[in-house]
Design a protein around this ligand. Structure first.
Ligand code: AMP
Length: 417
């Protein structure tokens, strides 16, 4: 695919070509049409995915189509976590906009440079403002810029801003810009705090994730241990006592199971807690901070709660209960082995899970040896394979009923640990 079906402006297409972009990256393919359609967006995107151009190009196109005569007005505000990114994004706007009949005036605001020069630059005329949030607020306090014409509000690498106390500054920023605007939020991860911020900023956003950004799992050692369901708890305690894992994330099928097992492990003297959708937002944040600070060693989590967890120091991921889908398996084990470190992922399976795990292996193109641990060997006989009767239309269980039964069964199994 080329850029020409995505963008109308021949001036921008020319700049894209001159800049050596021959075809859009996956994120650009998805994001550009949506921005042109004036939608709010929440995109999960890493550095290197081409995310900057995915908002720069359509903003330029919309901006240039409505740029009237007269003095420049600030139409777009892009906030980034670092000076480098600020300059890089400003540069992309300039490069991609250079062939337009009226070139955009781009101003970047970063710390470490004289603030009065920057204010002067804005007053000389600014269409697009790119800034680190700290410096933006400094300038805002001087009450020297008019933001009432703002149409686009972009947060780039938003999760990195969280570390910089951005959540606290956000109120001030939102108060200073028009309520009616288009919001584009790009973040590599969506920890709970990020989701809160996203909800505050965007309206009915379209969520975008790029499949190819699935974690690469080559650096993760994957193991499968066969164990009877009722022995999973004792086996996990045995492994925790014998292995030197520092931080362990254990996936459970549901909220109740994660709470029950965490309480049980605490009774056994382990530093453990649960992380699930039932927790209040502030408790989620607290538990996560404790885990990050290594004050909690074992976190029992559900899939939903763990999505987007931004922790890159997990020694080991345990699938206490198997994930439903192969995609979830990859997401779960991708929580370990991050940031170039090697990781370990262990799945517990009993007779009942054999077929399901085979399917996960097939879909993920892996084949793993089965292990058993001394003292916790799989006992009993596999249940006979019975082919159920053909379903009778209208009399079979609904999908919902089946899901309920499965959840109840899992809760029972996990509650027994
Ligand atoms: P980003 O993820 O926005 O930081 O972009 C990463 C790098 O990819 C930058 O150097 C861009 O100039 C470059 N880039 C972005 N989109 C494309 C594209 N469609 N074709 C080639 N390079 C691109």
């Amino acid at each position: 695919m080329s850029f020409s079906p995505l963008l109308r402006s021949s001036y921008i297409l020319k700049a894209v070509k001159e800049n050596g972009y021959t075809q859009p990256t996956p994120i650009q393919e998805k994001v550009i049409p949506l921005v042109l359609d004036r939608r709010d967006i929440l995109a999960q995107a890493q550095t290197g995915s081409g995310k900057s151009a995915s908002f720069v190009l359509p903003i330029l196109e919309l901006w240039s189509a409505t740029r009237g005569e007269g003095k420049a007005k600030i139409k777009a505000l892009i906030l980034t976590p670092t000076r480098e990114l600020t300059l890089q994004v400003a540069q992309t706007f300039e490069t991609m906009g250079r062939n337009l009949p009226k070139t955009p005036k781009v101003v970047s605001l970063i710390g470490g440079e004289g603030i009065s020069d920057q204010i002067y630059a804005i007053q000389q005329g600014c269409d697009i403002l790119v800034a680190t949030s700290g410096r933006f607020l400094d300038v805002l306090r001087k009450k020297q810029m008019n933001l009432s014409h703002l149409e686009f509000f972009v947060l780039d690498e938003a999760d990195k801003m969280l570390d910089l106390g951005f959540a606290e500054e956000l109120e001030l920023i939102l108060e200073s810009i028009p309520e009616k605007r288009q919001n584009l939020l790009f973040s590599a991860t969506y920890p709970p705090k990020m989701e809160m911020i996203a909800a505050k900023i965007t309206q009915n956003p379209i969520h975008i994730t790029i499949e190819s950004e699935m974690p690469t799992v080559q650096s993760i050692q994957q193991r499968v241990i066969e164990v009877n369901p009722e022995n999973r708890g004792p086996l996990l305690r045995h492994l925790l006592s014998t292995e030197k894992w520092e931080q362990v994330l254990v996936f459970m099928a549901n909220k109740r199971a994660s709470d029950n097992i965490a309480a049980k492990f605490r009774k056994y003297g382990f530093s453990a807690d649960s992380f699930n959708g039932d927790l209040l937002q502030e408790d989620r944040t607290y538990v996560l901070e404790q885990f990050k600070a290594k004050k909690i060693r074992i976190l029992f989590a559900t899939d939903i709660a763990a999505r987007g967890l931004d922790i890159d120091d997990i020694t080991c991921v345990i699938n206490f209960d198997l994930p439903r889908s192969p995609a979830d398996y990859i997401h779960r084990i991708g929580r370990t082995g991050r940031a170039g470190k090697s990781g370990l992922a262990i799945s517990f399976i009993g007779y009942e899970e054999r077929d399901h795990f085979r399917l996960i292996e097939k879909r993920s193109s892996i084949k793993l040896p089965r292990e058993q641990i001394e003292g916790f060997e799989l006992v009993g006989t596999p249940p006979p394979r019975v082919k159920g009767p053909d379903p009778i239309k209208g009399k079979g269980k609904s999908k919902k009923d089946k899901a309920r039964e499965l959840a109840a069964k899992n809760a029972k199994n996990s509650g027994n640990q």
